[in-house]
Design a binder for this molecule. Structure first.
Ligand SMILES: Nc1ncnc2c1ncn2[C@@H]1O[C@H](COP(=O)(O)OP(=O)(O)OP(=O)(O)O)[C@@H](O)[C@H]1O
Length: 241
């Protein structure tokens, strides 16, 4: 399924710095944050509240550009400081899937329709979108809930549908912001394992911001942020720098 060279980078950030405000109110939320994520690699990003994790994730997600530094996606320079080198909306839709703390599914659509609409918004015909939505739900173990609305699903099932939706357009990268915060330990671990499985199978680079230390063995690499400074805490990460 992954026809690209195995060491191709899904995402790379070079020296991302974000400064909010100026003068007395200046906050350096992120300083020279550099990360490389290979296709198929799953990365955890840890750090206390206010350490800059969301600032990093929203910069990588092309939502909140850095003050300086570069974001590369699939070896293409996309952001250099706040200067865009691509149509960010189109690029985001094509290359990035998001998973949030709560599943953010559309409440009046069924599980299948929630996945299908992501595909249709990207130009797929309704028949193709429907077939792919069903096959993703099947892969994620929730096809039996395809016809149910989110309120009929458990938290873990909702997150599985959210992962299916994030994968729908075959993104290069999935960014997940505390996706297991609303789940108990067992279900949280299952969702983390799912990220690893989909990353490996689809060749997707995954970055998961988490406070959950219990499932860290699922990740290929772990980074930590503290006061805006990001450090790789897995020795293997040094190989990629
Ligand atoms: N829009 C903003 N304006 C000014 N300061 C901000 C803004 N957004 C974030 N900050 C500050 O930047 C720093 C990093 O915040 P950020 O939200 O990235 O941290 P975080 O690690 O994601 O925290 P949490 O785990 O609580 O979500 C904090 O000091 C925060 O107060």
């Amino acid at each position: 399924m992954n026809a690209s060279p195995p060491d191709e980078l899904a995402i790379e950030t070079r020296d991302l710095t974000k400064i909010y405000g100026s003068g007395n109110t200046e906050v350096v939320a992120m300083k020279d944050a550099s990360m490389q994520v290979r296709r198929g690699e799953v990365v955890a990003l840890l750090g206390p509240s206010g350490s800059g994790k969301s600032t990093f994730l929203t910069a990588v997600g092309l939502i909140n550009p850095p003050t300086s530094g570069q974001v590369w996606i699939r070896n293409q320079l996309v952001l250099d400081g706040d200067v865009s080198h691509a149509d960010l909306r189109a690029f985001r839709r094509r290359h990035i899937g998001f998973v949030f703390q709560k599943s953010n599914l559309i409440p009046f659509l069924t599980a299948r329709e929630n996945v299908q609409i992501a595909l249709e918004l990207n130009g797929a015909s309704s028949r193709k979108a429907r077939d792919r939505a069903m096959s993703l739900l099947d892969e994620l173990g929730v096809s039996d809930r395809a016809g149910n609305r989110p309120s009929m699903l458990s938290g873990g099932q909702q997150q599985r549908v959210a992962v299916a939706r994030a994968l729908a357009n075959r993104p290069s990268v999935i960014l997940a912001d505390e996706p297991t915060a609303a789940l108990d330990g067992h279900r949280g671990r299952q969702v983390m394992e799912l990220f690893a499985q989909v990353a490996h199978q689809h060749g997707t680079g995954v970055i998961v911001v988490t406070h959950d230390q219990r499932a860290l063995d699922v990740f290929d690499t772990t980074y930590e942020m503290e006061d805006g400074i990001m450090t790789a805490i897995d020795p293997a990460a040094d190989m990629t720098r």
